[in-house]
Design a protein around this ligand. Structure first.
Ligand code: PLP
Length: 396
């Protein structure tokens, strides 16, 4: 079959690919430790599961409004006020089938072919692929380890051209775990003030998985708010990845545009998920805080263990559930006939010989690193670290 050319503009998700390869090896009987995962290993809290069961019993089985149930949009507006001090009318909010879907909705609404989209590296794998899919031009700004993989205002200014249409970033960041503080956002905001055409996409899906305690959004600056779009969702903070609930909060015109697009693609997201989400958003965040406390313990453990391995440089992440070590010291090393040329080779070697699954930094725009997820039990992390250490020690 002759498939459309647009497929060539986009590559397979590398994170999903590693999960798939891990599954395939497991199916062959190999015992693989999966540290490539991008989701909490916790099940959704019971009270949210109960709310979903009730929704089924109450007959919430029909099509939903395209942008989401009005009381869900209101619950999100209330959350933005409560947690972020931000005023949004429910009409400025559109819910979608996961934050990934919210992202492509924004990109389709804002980016025309050959528009430039600035993405700091390392970025979440999907950003660049979605931009390429709509024929936008990806312009990266390379974050440095010295600056905790966050960009400076000077770097941002230098990347902007008359063709820049969109800037997109995540804080807390997947994969680096970096979190922009108030001053750093203010400094970037100063640059955006000089460039009124640029839309700013702020991906805040890891908002609650933050070890610093306070989350800041770039939407806080009133004079920028009419061109900032927040993307968030319930996947990470409520351990609800399979339920598929993401949302945007942004200018009314953008919300309307997204509603129009979504009306022709997916319609409103799952009715049962939406009812459960209303319950989750209005409920106490205790289960989230407990989960984050556990992630913090694991972070402390994995950072200290990984730092003991020669040749690996790793910063302590302030959010999300990944470490993003620089492993470039292993490039050029050999075992048997195999030479590790790059991070892709190292990940495949770790998977096939070390039986531990990680993701190449190249997929995130940073070829010197790999991403290791600590959304796995302490027991698995311990075994994963042992395997990593042994596999790396075999490289000479
Ligand atoms: N944004 C970032 C930075 C992510 O890491 C992810 C998931 O890994 C998403 C968005 C998508 O989340 P969802 O599962 O709600 O589509």
């Amino acid at each position: 079959m002759e498939l459309a050319q647009r497929l060539d503009r986009m590559s397979e998700s590398q994170t999903l690919k590693m999960s798939r390869l891990g599954r395939e090896l497991r199916a062959k009987g190999l015992d693989i430790i999966d540290l490539s995962i991008g989701e909490p290993d916790f099940v959704t809290p019971e009270h949210i599961r109960e709310a979903a069961k009730q929704a089924i019993d109450q007959g919430y089985t029909h099509y939903t409004p395209v942008a989401g149930y009005p009381d869900l949009r209101k619950a999100i507006a209330d959350k933005l006020k409560r947690d972020n001090g931000l005023e949004y009318a429910p009409e400025q909010i559109v819910t979608s089938t996961g934050a990934k879907h919210s992202l492509i909705n924004v990109i389709m609404s804002v980016v025309d072919p050959s528009d430039e989209v600035i993405i700091p590296t390392p970025y979440w794998v999907t950003y660049s692929e979605q931009v390429k899919f709509v024929q936008g031009k990806v312009v990266t700004i390379r974050g440095t380890r010295e600056n905790k993989y966050k960009i400076t205002p000077a770097q941002l200014e230098a990347a902007i051209t008359p063709k820049t249409k969109l800037f997109m970033f995540s804080s807390p960041c997947n994969p680096s775990g970096s979190v922009y503080d108030q001053e750093e956002l203010a400094a970037l905001a100063e640059v955006f003030r000089r460039h009124p055409r640029i839309v700013i996409l702020s991906d805040e899906i890891y908002e609650y998985i933050n070890y610093l305690g306070t989350h800041y959004s770039i939407a806080q600056f009133d004079d920028l708010k009419d061109r900032v779009v927040i993307v968030n969702g319930l996947s990470k903070g409520y351990a609800m990845t399979g339920w598929r609930l993401g949302y945007i909060a942004g200018p009314l015109a953008l919300a309307k545009a997204i509603e129009k697009i979504q009306g022709q693609f997916t319609s409103g997201t799952c009715s049962i998920t939406q009812r459960a989400a209303i319950h989750a958003l209005n409920a106490d965040l205790k289960p989230t805080h407990e989960m984050v406390a556990e992630f913090r313990k694991r972070r402390d453990y994995i950072v200290s263990e990984i730092r003991k391995i020669p040749g690996i440089e790793v910063q302590e992440p302030d959010g999300a559930f990944y470490i993003f070590p620089d492993i470039s010291a292993y490039f050029g090393k050999k075992v048997g006939d195999l030479t590790i040329e790059n991070a892709d080779d190292l990940c495949m070697y770790l998977l096939e010989k070390g039986q531990v699954s990680t993701v190449t930094g190249a997929a995130f725009g940073e070829p010197n690193c790999i991403r290791i997820s600590y959304a796995a039990s302490m027991e698995k992390l311990g075994e994963g670290v042992n395997r990593l250490r042994d596999a790396l020690a075999a490289l000479k």
